[in-house]
Write a new protein. Structure first.
Length: 277
């Protein structure tokens, strides 16, 4: 595995739909797939660099894709990006990687994609691990959240996104503890920002999936930060009440990225869930 700038470069899947998807593939054993969230400069490694190595060390094969439009994956500017498009791109990536059964770990947009995969391909998904997943509220409800308002303010202004603007967005919009908005994180995200286009975020469409959640039958572990500024709080109740085999960890002093702000606890809880259910 080489590096491009600050980020590791892994494998590329030539998907049946014609798009090329980048993914990291490390370790051996049962498969765990990490699905990152949206946002400026997002990539799988940047979101989960503190997590997937711990699961590799615990004996799992970890696959960390970059969603279409993000990271080193293709960035089409001539198609819309409904949830179904993200779902199909990940499914076809996993097909290329020879994955027939896996646990999905999804945050934000990645959580909505995990829902989509579990609903459309139940035989693929053995377990779900969800951190403040999308797909639980109407757009109007998201737009009331202070962190989401900050995102719209930054990207609706037309002003260039500088490293300082990026750092402030993470520190005040996504996190409880601003110390986690490190220079390294900002530099990684800025690198991908240079090759992103705005089309993916402008055309993204994530439906409300609450009515379909009772269809999910696999064991599910949820995390929710009690200082969440991006996702409406009613989303967690909708999730907990509608997914039958679910347990949920509420984390104080935590924003949108529990896997970053409480890395060690998150990793321990994931390994315990994978091993013991």
């Amino acid at each position: 595995m080489g590096k491009v700038g600050l980020l590791p470069e892994g494998n590329y899947a030539n998907c049946a739909n014609g798009y090329k998807m980048h993914y990291l593939d490390e370790g051996h054993g049962e498969v765990v797939v990490f699905l990152h969230g949206s946002g400026p400069g997002a990539s799988g490694h940047s979101n989960f660099k503190g997590n997937y190595p711990a699961l590799v060390a615990a004996g799992y094969r970890c696959i960390v894709p970059d969603h279409v439009g993000y990271g080193f994956s293709d960035k089409p500017d001539d198609v819309d990006h409904p949830l179904s498009f993200f779902v199909e791109c990940i499914k076809q990536t996993l097909d290329c990687a020879g994955v027939e059964r896996c646990t999905l770990v999804g945050n934000s947009l990645g959580g909505a994609i995990a829902f989509g995969l579990a609903l459309d391909y139940p035989d693929l998904v053995e377990k779900l691990i969800l951190m403040a997943p999308g797909g639980l509220s109407e757009l109007a409800e998201y737009q009331k959240m202070p962190g989401m308002q900050k995102v719209f303010q930054v990207f609706g202004s037309g002003e260039p996104v500088t490293p300082q603007v990026m750092k402030d967005l993470f520190a005040t919009g996504l996190m409880f503890n601003p110390e986690h908005a490190t220079e390294e994180l900002v530099a990684e995200r800025m690198q991908i920002m240079q090759i992103m286009n705005g089309h993916v975020m402008a055309t993204m469409q994530v439906p409300v999936l609450v009515d379909r959640l009772p269809e999910i039958q696999c064991p599910t572990l949820g995390f929710w930060g009690m200082d969440e500024k991006m996702m409406p709080e009613e989303g967690i109740m909708a999730m907990v009440k509608n997914i039958k085999h679910m347990r949920t960890i509420l984390v104080n002093e935590c924003g949108h990225w529990v896997m970053v702000e409480h890395e060690a606890m998150f990793n321990r809880a994931c390994v315990d869930f994978l091993q013991n259910g």
